[in-house]
Design a protein around this ligand. Structure first.
Ligand SMILES: [Ca+2]
Length: 273
């Protein structure tokens, strides 16, 4: 479809983008983001340089990524053990998927069905590793209020092969079980490598540390209206009455009101590049 990668439209901040170097970074600012605190102009930033630059991103609507409420869900067809799968999601700025409601469960399983693939399992972000038989999510309120265990799986159960449920501390969704959940060993060899589901916060919910750039250019936009106003008022009082009414009514509306209100939520949004 898209043969050309040439950028025919751009909205770079004057100090950003092509031929510019960041304050801290020279050649490693290779990804573009939309900055809501700068009139949605584009800035460049490092693609992957630690928490300070984990900007939120817009869900890419490929067949493996779906937006559900305020999160993006992404399936990864690359079998790993639970620990490595989680590490992978976190490296991308998210975590393993926490299936918090029946609506989300249905949403995810419908999308997984639609891929036409039916692997053995998909790791999700639930574990009872820290307290046997107390299953919990990984982030925020960890309490598991919704669950979708298959019979004989999860809390209060022992696995078929393992007499001790303490060996099965990580949860997966199983296509062969109607996408119900099984517990399995978090690590321990290739037998327990599965595909996995990551989740990422959507732009609206991410609070990112604000880099100490920009905002210095803002005042230049607002300087124009004030000075011409005084001169025109002077001239109108000298000449004729009809002009004064025109001028006086028009003046207040042109003042720049709430231009530089910076949003505190998502500062940057990674865009495809
Ligand atoms: Ca367990």
């Amino acid at each position: 479809m898209h043969d050309s990668r040439t950028m025919t439209y751009s909205n770079w901040h004057p100090d950003q983008g092509p031929n510019r170097h960041g304050f801290f970074f020279g050649d490693i600012q290779d990804c573009a983001m939309i900055r809501s605190d700068d009139h949605f102009r584009w800035h460049d930033g490092p693609c992957n340089a630690g928490p300070a630059f984990h900007y939120s991103f817009i869900c890419q609507y490929d067949q493996n990524t779906w937006e559900f409420g305020d999160i993006c869900i992404q399936v990864h067809y690359s079998t790993k053990d639970w620990d490595d799968a989680r590490a992978y999601c976190r490296k991308l700025g998210g975590d393993l998927l926490e299936v918090r409601s029946s609506e989300m469960q249905l949403f995810v399983q419908n999308h997984l069905k639609a891929t036409g693939k039916k692997p053995a399992g998909y790791w999700i972000g639930a574990t009872d590793r820290h307290h046997e038989d107390r299953w919990e999510w990984l982030n925020g309120d960890k309490t598991m209020r919704f669950s979708n265990w298959e019979k004989g799986q999860g809390p209060g159960q022992s696995g078929f092969f393992f007499s001790d449920g303490s060996l099965e501390d990580c949860a997966m969704m199983r296509p062969d079980a109607g996408y119900k959940w099984h517990d399995g060993p978090c690590a321990g060899g290739f037998a327990f490598h599965y595909d996995f589901l990551c989740q990422f916060p959507s732009p609206a919910t991410v609070v990112t540390p604000t880099p100490t750039t920009s905002s210095t250019t803002m005042p230049t936009d607002t300087s124009a209206p004030t000075s011409p106003v005084t001169s025109s008022v002077k001239s109108t009082t000298v000449t004729s009455a009809p002009v004064t009414t025109k001028a006086s009514t028009a003046l207040p509306t042109t003042t720049s009101t709430a231009k530089p209100t910076t949003t505190t939520d998502a500062v940057g949004v990674i865009i495809g590049g």
